[in-house]
Design a protein. Structure first.
Length: 466
């Protein structure tokens, strides 16, 4: 019997972010709402703090901030060597998972594989059964072996699926399919494709497609973009195309690819529409080239806080979901701010700062050794985040000088929202001591946040399992 990993050291454990109880996590999957609960699944390997044969980890929540970890929903083995990323949709009183079966052809060669799309279903939202007719969709002829990460949604009586693909010409693309029943799928179109591997990617992972404001957004994680100035500094990127959909051809006429988060640790987004109509996104709070020092402690990876998306001026803005405010336990500071003073922070904190005139250095967070700063280069309209690590700089331009910064600190992570979410930076940062904040702000608030919002495999789910 393989042993599940256990956490051996609490030093980097997060308070209000979703993590595994031990073992590895990557992409969020199956973000959905079913029978009174939000569900989130994730790429999971329970037996090491490293990527391995992929399972689907699972948690549910009634408010998107307190998560109850449930037993793994999918494990590889009988039908595939890995259950790769996918999505979930309620249908016929069941929660259906649509996932990629990753199949190794030669166990000695990780590059020899094929991928197809599969279903699993559950009536209670806890126990899942793989569909006996799997796979429901095989790789098309004009494709390479890269064919994964189905995102399914429903419009009236029709289900749609967007899948990440690499065309036979070696370019990344998003394929659109439709089905009356989740089982028989017909291809509608190549929704969008990369014109060039180096500027737009050789493979588009984790596509997601939805209306936002009066446009459509195709969110995805392209692989293979070459770094160019401040852009595309991570190994792979996550970003979006905004456009209009031709209802006849199902082709998206779109603008330029835009990175959705400018930090080091952000990849593989997934969104859902909440019952009250918000488009909410979560992402893996890491990247394939992130060091993930928590591996030494028996776990790896976490999901970002959920963020509400909106479209303004052709750009996607992100704000922390409003439920995050319910985690404020104590107001430590609120009102006039002393520029230059080092404010002591608790390790789980929310910070809201207002700047009347943007200073050269907006803020610095440090424990004396580890830290980051946010600076504004007015003459270049350039916002620069510097994390005190190798390759620590990430930067971008803004449409207006920074006037508001909201940041969430959680032990070993920081998520920064600038100018009401026009730009975000998501960072893992392995603080070792007490953290202080210095900011050249006019006004500011610091809230201590509720420390533990996750439970692991106890109470309600076990009751229901009996
Ligand atoms: C993205 C990704 C997906 C794949 C999964 C495997 O991070 O590579 O394309 O389904 O991770 O774990």
């Amino acid at each position: 019997m393989k042993q599940e990993m256990h956490v051996t050291n609490q030093r980097y454990r997060l308070g209000y972010h979703l993590m595994t109880k031990g073992g590895w996590m990557n992409d969020p999957n199956g973000f959905s709402y079913f029978k009174g609960y939000y569900h989130i699944f994730y790429q999971y390997y329970p037996y090491a703090a490293e990527w391995g044969p992929m399972h689907w980890g699972h948690a549910r929540s009634t408010d998107l901030v307190h998560w109850e970890t449930l037993p793994a929903a999918l494990a590889p083995g009988d039908m595939e060597s890995g259950c790769f990323s996918g999505s979930a949709v309620p249908h016929d009183g069941k929660l259906w998972l649509i996932y990629t079966g990753h199949h190794y052809i030669d166990p000695k060669d990780p590059e020899a594989f094929y991928e197809d799309q599969n279903l699993a279903y559950s009536e209670d939202g806890i126990h899942f059964t793989k569909y006996e007719g799997n796979p429901v969709l095989r790789v098309p002829k004009d494709n390479t072996k890269h064919f994964r990460d189905p995102k399914v949604w429903r419009e009236g009586d029709t289900f749609y699926m967007v899948v990440g693909s690499q065309g036979a010409d070696g370019c990344g693309r998003a394929l659109l399919y439709r089905s009356p029943d989740l089982i028989d799928w017909t291809r509608c179109s190549v929704l969008a494709k990369s014109e060039n591997e180096k500027t737009e990617g050789y493979m588009w992972e984790c596509p997601d497609f939805f209306p936002l404001g009066d446009k459509y957004v195709l969110l995805m994680s392209p692989q293979g973009l070459e770094a160019s100035g401040d852009d595309y500094r991570n190994l792979n990127q996550t970003g979006y195309l905004v456009g209009t959909l031709d209802e006849e051809t199902h082709v998206l006429a779109h603008g330029k690819f835009v990175e959705i988060d400018r930090g080091h640790d952000f990849y593989a987004t997934q969104t859902m529409e909440t019952p009250d109509g918000r488009r909410v996104m979560m992402a893996w709070m890491a990247a394939w080239d992130s060091p993930m020092h928590e591996k030494e402690d028996g776990w790896a990876g976490a999901l970002t806080i959920p963020r509400t998306l909106r479209l303004a001026g052709g750009k996607v803005y992100q704000s922390p979901i409003r439920e995050m405010e319910s985690l404020r336990e104590k107001t430590l500071q609120d009102g006039a701010w002393e520029a230059g003073k080092a404010y002591a922070l608790p390790r789980k904190a929310e910070i809201c700062l207002r700047f009347d005139a943007a200073p050269a250095v907006l803020l610095t967070l440090t424990d004396g050794t580890h830290g980051l700063s946010l600076a504004w280069e007015a003459e270049k309209n350039r916002l620069v985040l510097t994390r005190k690590t190798k390759d620590g700089v990430r930067a971008c331009t803004l449409s207006a000088a920074p006037h508001a910064v909201r940041a969430f600190l959680d032990q070993s992570s920081v998520e920064v929202f600038v100018n009401d979410g026009e730009t975000t930076f998501t960072e893992r940062i392995y603080f070792a001591g007490n953290v202080t904040l210095t900011a050249a702000a006019q006004e500011g608030a610091i809230y201590a946040l509720e420390a533990e919002t996750n439970t692991y495999g106890t109470d309600a789910a076990e009751e229901e399992t009996k």
